[in-house]
Design a protein around this ligand. Structure first.
Ligand code: SF4
Length: 215
């Protein structure tokens, strides 16, 4: 029997975040997440979805015709076959990104997967779910994203970055939680602290309506 996954949606858009921001990308959104971040903007992906076998998923991705593919969620790694799909997509010649919340083991992924992993700050109310051993499995080219709700989250992120030397080991993205922290405030704090990190705005929320799905 062919492997399958529960899928919320597959669509083409531009990548909204990370060092790939602005590049056309196919998104494969896997259903379900074990976390409940306070500011989550994809709660519609927690339940439901459609079971799709790999042939149907790969067929849809191929039909959309973009070299760049992101596996996202929900939490994509909460479904065991996610790593196998990454492998198949890489085998088909795609550049594969995965956006993961950081509570699941990333070491199951193929080496060529580009990992964008959250470290959850206290403002998310999910910071106790960070799986810190994941830091040992990331490559220097991978990216760490921290979504900040306020100045307290910023101070916490600075401490974590220092304790784990994140800014010299990985690409670090700092994102303002949409509607909770003004991008201008975060930009000014980052400059004042002379951080070797990238301000990460969710481009799709500025291009389309902030609550639009499938973009
Ligand atoms: S890990 Fe992602 S999908 Fe899950 S609750 Fe947090 S923001 Fe939402």
């Amino acid at each position: 029997m062919s492997a399958s996954l529960i899928i919320t949606e597959i669509y083409a858009s531009v990548q909204g975040e990370s060092s790939f921001a602005g590049i056309p990308c196919t998104f494969v959104r896997l259903t379900g997440c074990p976390l409940r971040c306070r500011w989550c903007d994809t709660a519609y992906g927690f339940y439901g979805g459609t079971e799709m076998d790999f042939e149907a998923i790969l067929g849809k991705v191929s039909e959309l015709g973009l070299p760049l593919v992101e596996l996202t969620g929900g939490e994509p790694l909460a479904q065991k076959n996610c790593a196998l799909l990454a492998e198949r997509l890489i085998g088909n010649g795609h550049r594969v990104l995965i956006e993961t919340g950081g509570s699941e083991d990333v070491s199951v992924l193929p080496e060529k997967t580009h990992i964008i992993m959250d470290i959850k700050c206290p403002g998310s109310q999910m910071h106790e779910r960070n799986l810190w051993t994941n830091l040992d499995h990331l490559k220097p080219t991978d990216e760490i994203k921290m979504v900040l709700s306020d100045r307290d989250d910023f101070e916490w992120a600075l401490k974590i970055a220092k304790d784990h030397q994140l800014m010299s080991r990985f690409n670090v993205l700092l994102s303002p939680a949409f509607g909770l922290l003004q991008p201008k405030d975060l930009a000014e704090w980052m400059v004042a602290e002379k951080l070797n990190a990238r301000l990460n705005l969710q481009q799709h929320k500025y291009i389309w309506h902030p609550r639009a799905k499938g973009v």
